[in-house]
Design a protein around this ligand. Structure first.
Ligand SMILES: CC(C)(COP(=O)(O)OP(=O)(O)OC[C@H]1O[C@@H](n2cnc3c(N)ncnc32)[C@H](O)[C@@H]1O)[C@@H](O)C(=O)NCCC(=O)NCCS
Ligand SMILES: Nc1ncnc2c1ncn2[C@@H]1O[C@H](COP(=O)(O)OP(=O)(O)OP(=O)(O)O)[C@@H](O)[C@H]1O
Length: 241
């Protein structure tokens, strides 16, 4: 199975790329943004920590229904690097753990590719676990235009501070294996994605071979358990005689 990293700046087109591949049965998509939203549902450990730390600093951090007001929290942390670091420190370990579980599931489901859609793939040092990395780029003005259309509640300054909270496209591209520019139509973007994926997708045989270490590991555990049982039986017999 190929662990394929997908990253890029805010509103560059990562989710659009993932959606384009959503119906491909050989690919499992792990969406870090979705996981990051789920681990802060009311009552979850990360939720409690965020409310405890940011509650006294951000008015109206918690909405009437008890959920976090993500707009208020975002505005606060994207204007303050140190506070963004605190939020990352609370959320990232759990995001990593949930991603790891989804990756194991993809491995056991014979997927040929597990696609890790992670905006902060390099910042969170997750690039090392990827066999290959795709970076999606788009021009700054297009990003702003798409971001404002998708999130009309954000002001121009808020959009800028979100873009500036991440590494630049150039820095990300330098660390990637493949860069896909998303400056044209969605159709053009889709065609580029298909070409890249068809060259990266491992064969079915390779996918089956990659299960060998798992089968080997499980066989070794089974052998050791059987051996322990056998030794205990011998010990018990020796005691009886
Ligand atoms: C700050 C929060 C509350 C803002 O929520 P909001 O609903 O407005 O945005 P959403 O979560 O949909 O993220 C939108 C985009 O913002 C960018 N972004 C999100 N978190 C971060 C971050 N910590 N640093 C830089 N950029 C970020 C990403 O490009 C992401 O795709 C939220 O993004 C958050 O909890 N971030 C911390 C967790 C995290 O790092 N998530 C990213 C995946 S690991
Ligand atoms: N080629 C395109 N033409 C027109 N609109 C596009 C194109 N690509 C993406 N978009 C739109 O731009 C917006 C941002 O794209 P998308 O959500 O895929 O970015 P993202 O990188 O996942 O963003 P984020 O980091 O915030 O999660 C979406 O509303 C999407 O529909």
């Amino acid at each position: 199975m190929l662990v394929l990293g997908l990253t890029g700046g805010i509103a560059s087109g990562k989710s659009t790329l993932s959606q384009h591949l959503a119906n491909d049965k050989d690919i499992s998509i792990v969406d870090a943004d979705k996981i990051a939203r789920e681990i802060v549902y009311p009552g979850k450990p990360a939720y409690k920590k965020i409310v405890q730390y940011f509650g006294p600093k951000i008015p109206n951090l918690v909405s009437k229904d008890g959920s976090l007001d993500r707009h208020n929290l975002g505005n606060y942390v994207f204007q303050n690097k140190a506070e963004l670091g605190v939020l990352n420190g609370i959320t990232h370990p759990q995001v990593r753990w949930e991603m790891f579980k989804e990756m194991i599931w993809a491995y056991l489901s014979f997927k040929r590719i597990v696609l890790l859609d992670v905006p902060l793939l390099f910042e969170a040092k997750m690039g090392n676990i990827c066999g290959s990395i795709i970076v999606v780029t788009s021009d700054h003005d297009l990003k702003m235009e798409r971001l404002r259309a998708r999130n009309p509640e954000l002001s121009l300054e808020e959009c800028e501070s979100r873009i500036n909270a991440q590494m630049s496209d150039e820095e990300k591209s330098a660390l990637a294996d493949v860069t896909i520019a998303n400056n044209g139509t969605k159709e053009e973007f889709g065609n580029k994605i298909d070409i890249v994926i068809s060259t990266l997708k491992p064969s079915k045989w390779w996918t089956m071979l990659s299960l060998f270490p798992l089968i080997g590991g499980l066989s070794a555990i089974y052998y050791l358990l059987q051996r322990r049982r056998h030794m205990n039986q011998i010990k018990n017999k020796a005691k009886e005689t």
